[in-house]
Write a protein that binds this ligand. Structure first.
Ligand SMILES: [Zn+2]
Length: 278
């Protein structure tokens, strides 16, 4: 009895944060099978972190690089789909945190692609710095070859990807949109508060105002296919299973974006109240 109580008490001990983070990284980086989401938009990420390849006859565009240890998995997924690494001409990034930007330097090296990023995230990318998560601080620094501004369109043959500055989660968080198979596709940046100070952060004093503006803006965008860089946020696995079962429109759901934004707004306002930010 005493023994089992002791065992039960042990189970209730919190797992140290560093061990949790290590487990999280391993789970995020499990391999995943690549597949076509819609038209020329393909999933080439890992099990827990998205990366997308937009393909065309003049070359391809990769969005996001996962963790540093994700780069070989993403590269292998691109090849598995029958594409060549040297045909990847641009790499884009949704925001400068270690779990999305970690693989960029290695993927640039493997492909020879140019990295396109916002001015707001450039400093963190080139320093290899994740703000607000000092225990995980650090990923291989990566040079930004071209700075993109709000409304800029990146073109590569018939591919057109529009950049939308959607700061909050980071200062330079960027949402990308394109059209595939006649459908509006959004690659939405993270809209969550990531353990950051919403007010009084000297490195980012306007975070709260940026979040509110971004949530209103993204909420008004409209999209037929919602994609994001944490697959569990938009039930990528459920949609993929439906697609494999024969539903060709498995990823088409114009209601997903408003649902995501409503959830993000509720999460933001709860965190703002908790932090006493108006
Ligand atoms: Zn993040």
């Amino acid at each position: 009895m005493i023994r089992s109580l002791f065992a039960a008490a042990l189970l209730l001990l919190p797992v140290p944060a560093a061990a949790q983070d290590a487990q999280q990284r391993i789970a995020w980086n499990r391999p995943a099978q690549p597949f076509t989401v819609i038209g020329n938009v393909h999933y080439v990420g890992t099990d827990g972190l998205s990366a997308f390849l937009v393909t065309g006859p003049a070359g391809h565009v990769l969005i996001d690089g996962g963790l540093p240890e994700s780069a070989p998995l993403i590269a292998a997924n691109i090849r598995t789909l029958g594409f060549e690494l040297k045909d990847v001409k641009y790499i884009l990034i949704n925001h400068a945190h270690f779990d999305h930007s970690g693989g960029l330097a290695e993927l640039k090296r493997l492909t020879g692609a140019k990295l396109v990023a916002s001015a707001g995230d450039r400093g963190d990318l080139e320093a290899g710095r994740t703000r607000n998560r000092p225990e995980l601080d650090g990923f291989p620094p990566v040079k930004v070859d071209r700075v993109i501004r709000d409304g800029d369109v990146l073109r590569l043959g018939p591919i057109a990807l529009t950049a939308h500055m959607t700061p909050g989660h980071t200062k330079g968080a960027t949402t990308w949109t394109t059209v595939a198979d006649g459908r509006r596709v959004i690659f939405a940046t993270s809209l969550t508060v990531a353990g950051q100070k919403l007010a009084g952060d000297p490195g980012y004093p306007q975070a709260a105002a940026d979040f509110r503006r971004t949530l209103a803006r993204v909420g008004a965008m409209g999209a037929d296919v919602f994609l994001n860089f944490h697959p569990e946020f938009f039930d990528l696995k459920g949609k993929r299973a439906a697609q494999v079962a024969g539903r060709r429109d498995a990823f088409i759901d114009a209601g997903e974006l408003p649902r995501q934004v409503a959830r993000a707004k509720a999460g933001f306002e709860a965190e703002a109240r908790r932090q006493g930010v108006r």
